[in-house]
Design a protein around this ligand. Structure first.
Ligand code: C2O
Ligand code: CU
Length: 481
């Protein structure tokens, strides 16, 4: 570990210690992000070869396939260059922060060492403007992941990229692999995400309701923000990325939603898709015409390609707009811009209808503890919160190493929320499907269990960037042994 990182970690500890002291009036009762239990868990992952990654967070102009926007990105690319390793390898990522603000990198979905989780004020201090930080962690679990900042509304800029952890024992057979990253875009077109948050907070954005239609899939209002653009791999629908292959080829498509306030309904015209993974974890393969992917979620699908030119469409759910790419396996003209493949209205397999493959099922066990997280607040006051209280880092829900923990997300609001847990992949009760981000519909309760096997202090929050920033975030802490 180099010196600058050590200094930063010490500062981070002071920060966390400070918060915890206020909470309990003594020594913090929770495992520190840099504590021995965290290091022991990392040793148990027995990391192998080191892959060096360099990321520079920059402010500058990026071409979205026509509109050129001033925004923040990793190395001037949207999405950023994917990071790709094999399971068991160690990622050593040096982030150079050339933004005019502090930032951090969160490795979404990965069960990694707590001090690499990238939550400023919890697992590290913010990486100051002009500063550098090195993340070094073992990527033990194969799957489709991604990374993004965990600072303010930065997620709604261009700061995101895929993180793909290959499975050395991959059982799927396919000829090619594509990564498809979806996003909703406003930065540099309709102000900045901070402007939008201010508008939402001051109640000035209510006019949007007229423009969005209710979504049956999401139980009502689909989002708070109407965006000027929806992007597939950083490009607007009029300037789509084209994926090329020969007809008859089998392709694995890794889909991820890096949006901030938009769920996407995805379909490939003229094709059915076989869902093979949800949030990086294998599921029993199931065919579908379309799927719904919330912010933070990932799905892997297999497709056998027909002959022609086919739009790969992501409908911004409840927002009457599309992102799209093109799949070209033969001659022909690109279909018209607004074409909505009929598959979008076909069979849709939701997350709760998936089944995990046996190997990733959690063993049967009764939860030793249930943590109820009441999702509260609303659009008018913009007071989204957990348990009626906006995010407060001194409030930590306790878990103990080794126990089975049940999370009960009780949604008391009129909106859906994609709830995400850091550092673990929970199992939805009932089916056991493994996920780290799950849709909780309005006025519904979703339960999910996890084994407390990764010590530290971890966030659980709504992956709507504006809801999270308004306060719909909470912390779980492992009690010190
Ligand atoms: Cu992808 Cu806490 O987030
Ligand atoms: Cu939310």
């Amino acid at each position: 570990m180099d010196a600058d990182r050590r200094t930063l970690l010490r500062a981070g500890l002071a920060l966390l210690g400070g918060a915890a002291v206020t909470a309990c009036g003594g020594a913090p009762p929770y495992v520190s992000p840099t504590g021995e239990p965290v290091r022991a868990a990392e040793r148990a992952r027995a990391g192998g070869r080191i892959t060096d990654v360099r990321l520079t967070a920059v402010a500058g102009r990026v071409d979205l396939g026509g509109p050129v926007v001033h925004t923040w990105s990793y190395d001037g690319r949207i999405p950023g260059v994917p990071v790709r390793v094999r399971a068991g390898e160690v990622i050593r990522a040096r982030l150079a922060n050339r933004l005019p603000a502090g930032t951090s990198v969160h490795w979404h979905g990965l069960a990694l060492r707590n001090d690499a989780d990238g939550v400023p004020g919890v697992t590290q201090p913010p990486i100051a403007a002009g500063g550098d930080f090195v993340y070094e962690f073992t990527a033990a679990t194969p799957g489709t992941y991604w990374f993004h900042p965990h600072s303010g509304t930065q997620l709604d800029r261009g700061l995101y990229a895929p993180l793909i952890v290959e499975d050395p024992r991959e059982r799927l057979r396919y000829d090619a692999e594509w990564t498809v990253v979806l996003d909703d875009w406003l930065d540099g077109v309709a102000g900045t995400p901070d402007d939008m948050l201010n508008r939402l907070r001051s109640g000035m954005h209510h006019g949007h309701m007229a423009m969005s239609t209710a979504s049956a899939l999401l139980g009502g209002d689909a989002g708070d923000v109407t965006y000027p653009h929806y992007l597939l791999n950083g490009r607007i629908a009029a300037a789509p990325e084209t994926f090329r292959a020969r007809p008859g080829r089998r392709v694995r498509i890794r889909l991820l939603n890096a949006g901030s306030d938009t769920a996407f309904r995805v379909a490939l015209a003229g094709h059915r898709m076989t869902i093979t993974h949800a949030d990086g974890y294998p599921v029993q393969p199931v065919e579908t015409d379309t799927l719904l992917i919330a912010m933070g979620e990932r799905y892997d699908v297999l497709v056998t390609l027909a002959d022609g030119v086919f739009p790969l469409v992501a409908l911004a759910e409840g927002k009457n707009a599309l992102a799209r790419g093109l799949v070209r396996t033969g001659g022909g003209r690109a279909p018209e811009l607004g074409l909505r493949p009929r598959e979008l209205d076909g069979a849709l397999v939701p997350a709760h209808a998936l089944r995990p493959v046996q190997a990733v099922r959690l063993p049967r066990r009764d939860p030793g503890r249930t943590i109820r997280l009441e999702l509260t607040g609303g659009m008018m006051a913009y007071d989204w919160a957990v348990n009626g209280r906006p995010y407060d880092p001194s409030v930590i829900e306790e878990v103990r190493s080794g126990e089975r923990v049940r999370l009960a997300f009780a949604n008391h609001t009129m909106m859906w929320h994609p709830m995400h847990l850091h550092g673990h992949t929970f199992a939805l009760t009932g089916t056991g499907v493994r996920k780290d981000t799950a849709i909780v519909l309005p006025h519904a309760t979703l339960e999910a269990d996890f084994d407390a096997d990764n010590p530290g202090v971890w966030m659980v929050h709504c992956h709507n960037a504006y809801h999270a920033e308004a306060g719909m975030m909470a912390l779980l802490g492992y009690r010190r042994p």
